[in-house]
Design a protein around this ligand. Structure first.
Ligand code: GUN
Ligand code: FE
Length: 418
């Protein structure tokens, strides 16, 4: 079936200025993009049009790092840095997901809030609990959200969430077998981070990843105290990334969140192995981790995308993460006396959309062959201006000022979800 979307189309085709097609059309066949057109081609005349004239049509957002069982603590516990924060608040909250009813209620609400804010794909952590992880997967699929979901592995220094090594292995296999029924969401192996996992468990996860062809997500070089601890735990490794690499977990499509303090050598290891670095700006300021060198990394060729990292991050909407990314890049520019110039709106928009979408096999922008992931913004309620604005100006303003009330339609995986 052919469908057309009409409006001001704004595409992140590269890490730079967005490409704008005013009053254009996106043609879709069975959910898959056929092309973007400024004039409607003859072949599509007479096909049904979803008319968003004078609205802004943005790409759907990909949140490439967040913790579903931290949703209940959103906006709380901001008085401690990472390692103390985990122990004082986070593990206690995640332990609640032993209760399946609580998990169902929480994850249904989370999935709805993601859709309401235009996030159509995620790479998301669950807790250690297999059943709650399956519930999370069910609720994401039900809402039409695609991506990767991880049952967390943690068999060391993990307080209320501690598993034995044997439990962790057994439950991981039980979970992987139960995942076959899902179509939109897929499993991803999730050793929480090096301090939480014994070498034996890491080695085993590396083997499972290889045997079953399952990707891996974890955390890297987020915080100075964490890095010191990893050095103590692994005197055999010169750098943090090698604690993953030595067990076969550092490879194509491995996701590493934060990388705030990764030096050039660690960044080069990401480039060499096509590891995705997920920048989580709101979390990095909230739990006192630092200002990540995002421009340096992207310009060197590191693959960088954005994550909300709730609940270290307090903002689930990716538009808020995007603007936080801009602010944090300015903090870095100030801290480096301008040596690291700040990001532009178009660059941050690319990180929030196409850079993450690539993880799922998409080409940049609304490219032909991608399934449609789109967010329609109505900016009429934003402040009156002294003069008519260009679409580019409206885009910038809408990015800074929109919330879910301005998001009037959301398409994910080719379907209308809001
Ligand atoms: N490192 C290990 N676990 C976590 C977590 O839950 N949040 C963040 N921000 N960093 C972590
Ligand atoms: Fe995280």
């Amino acid at each position: 079936m052919i469908e057309l979307l009409k409006g001001h189309i704004i595409e992140a085709k590269s890490f730079g200025e967005p490409e704008i097609t005013e009053n254009g059309y996106i043609a879709i066949k069975d959910g898959s993009i056929q092309g973007v057109f400024s004039e409607l081609p003859e072949v599509y005349r007479g096909e049904p049009v979803a008319d968003y004239s004078n609205h802004l049509i943005l790409q759907g957002f990909s949140d490439m790092h967040l913790h579903a069982p931290q949703y209940p603590m959103l906006g709380m516990g901001m008085d401690l840095p990472l390692m103390d924060w985990l122990k004082a608040y986070t593990f206690k909250t995640e332990a609640r997901f032993a209760d399946n009813d609580f998990a169902r209620e929480t994850y249904r609400k989370l999935a709805q809030e993601l859709i309401d804010n235009g996030t159509t794909r995620v790479c998301i952590y669950s807790s250690v609990h297999t059943d709650a992880t399956l519930i999370l997967m069910e609720e994401l699929e039900r809402a039409g959200i695609g991506g990767y979901v991880g049952k967390v592995n943690m068999d060391r220094d993990s307080y209320e969430c501690q598993e034995t090594t044997e439990e962790s292995k057994h439950e991981t296999l039980r979970w992987l077998d139960a995942c076959e029924r899902f179509t939109l969401v897929k499993p991803i192996l999730t050793p929480r981070f090096t301090p939480s996992c014994t070498n034996e468990l890491m080695r085993w996860l590396g083997e499972v990843s290889l045997e079953r062809g399952v990707f891996v997500q974890s955390h890297l070089s987020e915080n100075k105290k964490e890095i010191e601890l990893v050095k103590k735990l692994h005197p055999d490794c010169e750098q943090y990334w090698q604690t993953y690499d030595q067990y076969g977990l550092w490879k194509d499509h491995t996701i590493m969140a934060h990388c705030v303090h990764s030096d050039e050598r660690e960044q080069q290891a990401m480039i060499d192995h096509n590891v995705l670095c997920v920048h989580c700006p709101d979390s990095n300021i909230n739990i006192c981790s630092g200002f990540a060198p995002v421009r340096r990394m992207t310009e060197r060729g590191v693959w960088v995308a954005l994550g909300s990292d709730i609940a270290g991050g307090a903002q689930l909407p990716m538009l808020q993460v995007l603007t936080c990314c801009l602010r944090m890049s300015k903090a870095r520019a100030i801290a480096t006396n301008g040596a690291d110039p700040f990001l532009t709106v178009g660059e941050a928009y690319y990180l929030a959309t196409s850079a993450g979408a690539r993880y799922f096999g998409d080409k940049d922008g609304f490219a032909a062959g991608n399934m449609l992931h789109a967010v329609v913004l109505n900016d009429e309620s934003l402040p009156p201006n002294t003069r008519p604005l260009t679409v580019k100006e409206r885009f910038e303003r809408a990015v800074y000022l929109s919330d879910d009330r301005n998001i009037v339609a959301v398409y994910g995986g080719g379907r209308k979800l809001k």
